[in-house]
Design a protein around this ligand. Structure first.
Ligand code: AMP
Length: 287
Protein backbone atom coordinates (compact mmCIF):
# COMPACT_ATOMS: atom_id res chain seq x y z
CA UNK A 1 0.00 0.00 0.00
CA UNK A 2 1.64 3.29 -1.04
CA UNK A 3 1.72 6.03 1.60
CA UNK A 4 -0.13 9.23 0.68
CA UNK A 5 1.81 12.38 1.52
CA UNK A 6 -0.27 15.25 2.90
CA UNK A 7 0.97 18.69 3.87
CA UNK A 8 -1.99 20.73 5.05
CA UNK A 9 -4.13 20.35 8.18
CA UNK A 10 -7.25 20.77 6.00
CA UNK A 11 -6.37 17.79 3.78
CA UNK A 12 -5.45 15.74 6.82
CA UNK A 13 -8.75 16.37 8.61
CA UNK A 14 -10.75 15.72 5.42
CA UNK A 15 -9.22 12.26 4.92
CA UNK A 16 -9.86 11.11 8.48
CA UNK A 17 -13.40 12.50 8.33
CA UNK A 18 -13.94 10.16 5.36
CA UNK A 19 -12.57 7.22 7.34
CA UNK A 20 -14.86 7.96 10.26
CA UNK A 21 -17.85 8.22 7.91
CA UNK A 22 -16.91 4.77 6.56
CA UNK A 23 -16.66 3.47 10.18
CA UNK A 24 -12.95 2.76 9.81
CA UNK A 25 -10.71 3.08 12.87
CA UNK A 26 -7.49 5.08 12.73
CA UNK A 27 -4.29 5.36 14.71
CA UNK A 28 -1.89 8.28 14.83
CA UNK A 29 1.87 7.87 15.27
CA UNK A 30 3.38 11.30 16.02
CA UNK A 31 7.10 11.62 15.14
CA UNK A 32 9.74 14.19 14.34
CA UNK A 33 11.05 12.13 11.41
CA UNK A 34 14.58 10.78 10.88
CA UNK A 35 12.70 7.52 11.16
CA UNK A 36 14.30 4.32 12.40
CA UNK A 37 13.15 0.85 13.45
CA UNK A 38 11.78 2.26 16.71
CA UNK A 39 9.31 4.41 14.80
CA UNK A 40 8.48 1.49 12.51
CA UNK A 41 7.61 -0.64 15.56
CA UNK A 42 5.06 2.02 16.53
CA UNK A 43 3.57 1.88 13.01
CA UNK A 44 3.37 -1.90 13.24
CA UNK A 45 1.59 -1.69 16.59
CA UNK A 46 -0.75 0.96 15.16
CA UNK A 47 -1.61 -1.27 12.22
CA UNK A 48 -2.42 -4.22 14.48
CA UNK A 49 -5.08 -2.29 16.38
CA UNK A 50 -6.51 -0.09 13.69
CA UNK A 51 -7.60 -0.10 10.06
CA UNK A 52 -5.91 3.17 9.09
CA UNK A 53 -2.54 4.55 10.13
CA UNK A 54 -1.33 8.15 10.01
CA UNK A 55 2.32 8.98 10.72
CA UNK A 56 2.93 12.65 11.39
CA UNK A 57 6.41 14.01 10.77
CA UNK A 58 6.95 17.43 12.26
CA UNK A 59 9.99 18.86 14.01
CA UNK A 60 8.00 20.88 16.50
CA UNK A 61 9.79 24.13 17.36
CA UNK A 62 7.71 24.56 20.55
CA UNK A 63 9.40 21.63 22.23
CA UNK A 64 12.98 22.84 21.72
CA UNK A 65 14.63 25.25 24.15
CA UNK A 66 16.56 28.28 22.84
CA UNK A 67 19.94 26.53 23.09
CA UNK A 68 18.77 23.12 21.88
CA UNK A 69 19.27 21.31 18.58
CA UNK A 70 16.20 22.47 16.60
CA UNK A 71 18.32 23.69 13.66
CA UNK A 72 20.60 20.63 13.63
CA UNK A 73 17.84 18.08 14.23
CA UNK A 74 18.15 15.50 11.39
CA UNK A 75 15.55 15.98 8.65
CA UNK A 76 15.29 13.60 5.69
CA UNK A 77 11.72 13.42 4.46
CA UNK A 78 12.60 11.41 1.36
CA UNK A 79 14.34 8.70 3.35
CA UNK A 80 11.43 8.71 5.81
CA UNK A 81 8.87 8.24 3.05
CA UNK A 82 10.97 5.46 1.50
CA UNK A 83 11.03 3.64 4.83
CA UNK A 84 7.27 4.01 5.32
CA UNK A 85 6.62 2.84 1.76
CA UNK A 86 8.92 -0.16 2.15
CA UNK A 87 7.15 -1.12 5.34
CA UNK A 88 3.81 -0.68 3.57
CA UNK A 89 1.67 -0.15 6.69
CA UNK A 90 1.06 3.61 6.67
CA UNK A 91 -1.92 5.14 4.86
CA UNK A 92 -0.93 8.77 5.27
CA UNK A 93 2.27 10.60 6.12
CA UNK A 94 1.23 14.01 7.42
CA UNK A 95 4.13 16.41 6.97
CA UNK A 96 2.99 19.96 7.71
CA UNK A 97 5.41 22.83 7.82
CA UNK A 98 5.80 25.30 10.64
CA UNK A 99 3.65 27.97 9.03
CA UNK A 100 0.73 25.55 8.70
CA UNK A 101 0.93 24.40 12.30
CA UNK A 102 1.64 27.85 13.73
CA UNK A 103 0.34 30.47 11.27
CA UNK A 104 1.28 33.34 13.63
CA UNK A 105 4.68 31.80 14.28
CA UNK A 106 3.60 30.62 17.72
CA UNK A 107 0.65 29.24 19.67
CA UNK A 108 -0.98 31.54 22.20
CA UNK A 109 -2.63 28.51 23.77
CA UNK A 110 -0.43 26.14 25.71
CA UNK A 111 -1.39 22.74 27.07
CA UNK A 112 0.59 21.99 30.21
CA UNK A 113 0.36 18.92 32.44
CA UNK A 114 1.82 20.99 35.22
CA UNK A 115 3.70 19.03 37.87
CA UNK A 116 4.59 16.15 35.53
CA UNK A 117 6.29 18.51 33.08
CA UNK A 118 8.77 19.93 35.58
CA UNK A 119 10.33 16.70 36.90
CA UNK A 120 12.99 14.44 35.31
CA UNK A 121 13.75 15.91 31.84
CA UNK A 122 11.61 18.93 32.73
CA UNK A 123 14.35 20.15 35.06
CA UNK A 124 16.84 20.66 32.23
CA UNK A 125 14.14 21.31 29.60
CA UNK A 126 11.57 23.49 31.39
CA UNK A 127 9.49 24.32 28.29
CA UNK A 128 9.83 20.98 26.50
CA UNK A 129 6.74 19.10 27.66
CA UNK A 130 4.38 22.05 27.22
CA UNK A 131 5.59 22.08 23.61
CA UNK A 132 4.96 18.34 23.31
CA UNK A 133 1.47 18.39 24.82
CA UNK A 134 0.48 21.46 22.80
CA UNK A 135 1.47 19.86 19.50
CA UNK A 136 0.03 16.46 20.43
CA UNK A 137 -3.28 18.14 21.35
CA UNK A 138 -3.28 19.88 17.95
CA UNK A 139 -2.50 16.64 16.11
CA UNK A 140 -5.20 14.75 18.02
CA UNK A 141 -7.74 17.42 17.07
CA UNK A 142 -6.65 17.42 13.43
CA UNK A 143 -6.63 13.66 12.96
CA UNK A 144 -9.21 12.63 15.60
CA UNK A 145 -7.79 9.10 15.73
CA UNK A 146 -9.15 6.24 17.81
CA UNK A 147 -5.61 5.44 18.98
CA UNK A 148 -2.36 7.34 19.30
CA UNK A 149 0.83 5.33 19.63
CA UNK A 150 3.93 6.42 21.57
CA UNK A 151 7.23 4.79 22.52
CA UNK A 152 8.03 3.68 26.04
CA UNK A 153 11.50 5.03 25.26
CA UNK A 154 10.13 8.48 26.13
CA UNK A 155 8.49 7.28 29.34
CA UNK A 156 7.85 10.76 30.72
CA UNK A 157 6.24 11.89 27.46
CA UNK A 158 4.03 8.77 27.44
CA UNK A 159 2.87 9.33 31.04
CA UNK A 160 2.21 13.03 30.40
CA UNK A 161 0.24 12.42 27.20
CA UNK A 162 -1.85 9.75 28.96
CA UNK A 163 -2.59 12.24 31.73
CA UNK A 164 -3.48 15.03 29.29
CA UNK A 165 -5.92 12.76 27.47
CA UNK A 166 -7.50 11.74 30.76
CA UNK A 167 -7.71 15.28 32.16
CA UNK A 168 -9.12 16.83 28.98
CA UNK A 169 -11.31 13.90 27.86
CA UNK A 170 -9.72 13.45 24.46
CA UNK A 171 -11.66 10.57 22.88
CA UNK A 172 -8.54 8.57 22.07
CA UNK A 173 -6.71 5.59 23.55
CA UNK A 174 -3.00 6.12 24.14
CA UNK A 175 -0.93 3.02 23.41
CA UNK A 176 2.67 2.52 24.59
CA UNK A 177 5.17 0.37 22.67
CA UNK A 178 8.36 -1.18 24.12
CA UNK A 179 11.70 0.38 23.24
CA UNK A 180 13.51 -0.96 20.17
CA UNK A 181 17.26 -1.33 20.72
CA UNK A 182 20.50 -2.00 18.90
CA UNK A 183 22.05 -5.43 19.59
CA UNK A 184 24.31 -3.59 22.09
CA UNK A 185 21.22 -2.50 24.04
CA UNK A 186 21.46 1.13 22.97
CA UNK A 187 17.93 2.49 22.47
CA UNK A 188 17.41 3.60 18.88
CA UNK A 189 17.10 7.37 18.66
CA UNK A 190 17.27 9.93 15.89
CA UNK A 191 19.89 11.68 18.02
CA UNK A 192 22.22 8.62 17.87
CA UNK A 193 23.26 10.09 14.50
CA UNK A 194 25.25 12.66 16.47
CA UNK A 195 27.44 9.93 18.04
CA UNK A 196 30.82 8.52 16.95
CA UNK A 197 31.38 4.75 17.12
CA UNK A 198 33.21 5.18 20.42
CA UNK A 199 30.47 7.34 21.89
CA UNK A 200 27.91 4.76 20.78
CA UNK A 201 29.67 2.01 22.68
CA UNK A 202 29.85 4.24 25.77
CA UNK A 203 26.14 5.02 25.31
CA UNK A 204 25.36 1.29 25.25
CA UNK A 205 26.53 1.13 28.89
CA UNK A 206 23.40 3.05 29.88
CA UNK A 207 21.08 0.16 29.08
CA UNK A 208 23.54 -2.43 30.39
CA UNK A 209 23.53 -0.63 33.73
CA UNK A 210 19.74 -0.22 33.70
CA UNK A 211 19.48 -3.97 33.07
CA UNK A 212 21.83 -4.78 35.94
CA UNK A 213 19.74 -2.55 38.22
CA UNK A 214 16.64 -4.36 37.01
CA UNK A 215 18.32 -7.67 37.90
CA UNK A 216 18.99 -6.42 41.44
CA UNK A 217 15.35 -5.41 41.66
CA UNK A 218 14.23 -8.87 40.48
CA UNK A 219 16.54 -10.47 43.03
CA UNK A 220 14.67 -8.65 45.78
CA UNK A 221 16.28 -5.23 46.24
CA UNK A 222 13.24 -2.95 46.62
CA UNK A 223 14.86 0.15 48.10
CA UNK A 224 14.54 2.94 45.61
CA UNK A 225 17.45 5.10 46.81
CA UNK A 226 19.87 2.15 46.96
CA UNK A 227 18.99 1.10 43.42
CA UNK A 228 19.38 4.68 42.15
CA UNK A 229 22.69 5.11 43.94
CA UNK A 230 24.16 1.87 42.58
CA UNK A 231 23.12 2.76 39.03
CA UNK A 232 24.56 6.26 39.41
CA UNK A 233 27.88 4.85 40.67
CA UNK A 234 28.09 2.37 37.81
CA UNK A 235 27.38 5.08 35.24
CA UNK A 236 30.14 7.23 36.76
CA UNK A 237 32.53 4.28 36.65
CA UNK A 238 32.18 4.06 32.87
CA UNK A 239 32.85 7.80 32.56
CA UNK A 240 29.25 8.95 32.22
CA UNK A 241 27.84 11.94 34.09
CA UNK A 242 24.09 11.40 34.38
CA UNK A 243 21.79 14.37 34.68
CA UNK A 244 19.42 12.25 36.73
CA UNK A 245 18.89 8.62 37.73
CA UNK A 246 15.44 8.40 39.17
CA UNK A 247 12.84 5.81 40.13
CA UNK A 248 9.37 7.26 39.72
CA UNK A 249 5.79 6.06 39.87
CA UNK A 250 4.97 4.95 36.33
CA UNK A 251 1.75 6.96 36.02
CA UNK A 252 2.26 10.05 38.18
CA UNK A 253 6.07 10.36 37.79
CA UNK A 254 6.31 11.13 41.52
CA UNK A 255 9.71 9.92 42.87
CA UNK A 256 9.45 6.70 44.83
CA UNK A 257 10.86 7.09 48.33
CA UNK A 258 11.91 3.95 50.18
CA UNK A 259 10.30 0.69 49.16
CA UNK A 260 9.02 0.21 45.61
CA UNK A 261 5.49 -1.17 45.95
CA UNK A 262 3.79 -0.05 42.74
CA UNK A 263 4.74 -0.21 39.04
CA UNK A 264 7.68 2.15 38.69
CA UNK A 265 10.05 3.38 36.01
CA UNK A 266 13.78 3.75 36.45
CA UNK A 267 14.66 6.67 34.19
CA UNK A 268 18.04 8.09 33.22
CA UNK A 269 19.19 11.12 31.25
CA UNK A 270 22.83 11.31 30.34
CA UNK A 271 24.89 13.45 28.01
CA UNK A 272 27.12 11.42 25.69
CA UNK A 273 29.31 13.51 23.40
CA UNK A 274 27.05 16.04 21.67
CA UNK A 275 23.83 14.14 22.46
CA UNK A 276 21.63 14.13 25.50
CA UNK A 277 20.35 10.56 25.72
CA UNK A 278 17.45 9.22 27.76
CA UNK A 279 16.50 5.67 28.55
CA UNK A 280 14.46 3.78 31.12
CA UNK A 281 13.46 0.36 32.31
CA UNK A 282 10.21 -0.77 33.90
CA UNK A 283 10.24 -2.09 37.45
CA UNK A 284 7.15 -4.24 37.81
CA UNK A 285 6.01 -5.15 41.28
CA UNK A 286 3.18 -7.38 40.17
CA UNK A 287 0.59 -5.11 41.85
P1 AMP B 1 10.61 11.21 17.98
O1 AMP B 1 10.59 11.18 16.48
O2 AMP B 1 11.95 11.01 18.58
O3 AMP B 1 9.84 12.38 18.54
O4 AMP B 1 9.80 9.93 18.43
C1 AMP B 1 8.52 9.66 17.95
C2 AMP B 1 7.94 8.49 18.69
O5 AMP B 1 8.78 7.36 18.50
C3 AMP B 1 7.85 8.72 20.20
O6 AMP B 1 6.62 8.18 20.69
C4 AMP B 1 9.03 7.96 20.72
O7 AMP B 1 8.87 7.51 22.05
C5 AMP B 1 9.09 6.79 19.76
N1 AMP B 1 10.42 6.18 19.73
C6 AMP B 1 11.61 6.81 19.55
N2 AMP B 1 12.62 5.94 19.65
C7 AMP B 1 12.07 4.72 19.90
C8 AMP B 1 12.59 3.41 20.12
N3 AMP B 1 13.90 3.17 20.10
N4 AMP B 1 11.72 2.41 20.34
C9 AMP B 1 10.38 2.64 20.37
N5 AMP B 1 9.83 3.86 20.17
C10 AMP B 1 10.66 4.88 19.95
Amino acid sequence: MPTTLLHTPGEMSAITRGWRDAHETSALVPTMGALHRGHLALVEAARKISQRVVVSIFVNPLQFGPREDFDQYPRDIEADLDLLNQQGLTDVAFVPDKSQMYPDGHSKTEVLVSSMASVLCGQARPTHFAGVTTVVAKLLNLVQPDFAVFGQKDAQQLAIVKRMVRDLNFPVEIVGVPTVREPSGLALSSRNRYLSAQQKSQAACIYQILSQTHQRFLQGERNSERLEEQAWTQLSEVGLHPEYVSIVDRDSLVPVAGEIRRPATLAVACPVGPARLIDNILLDTGS
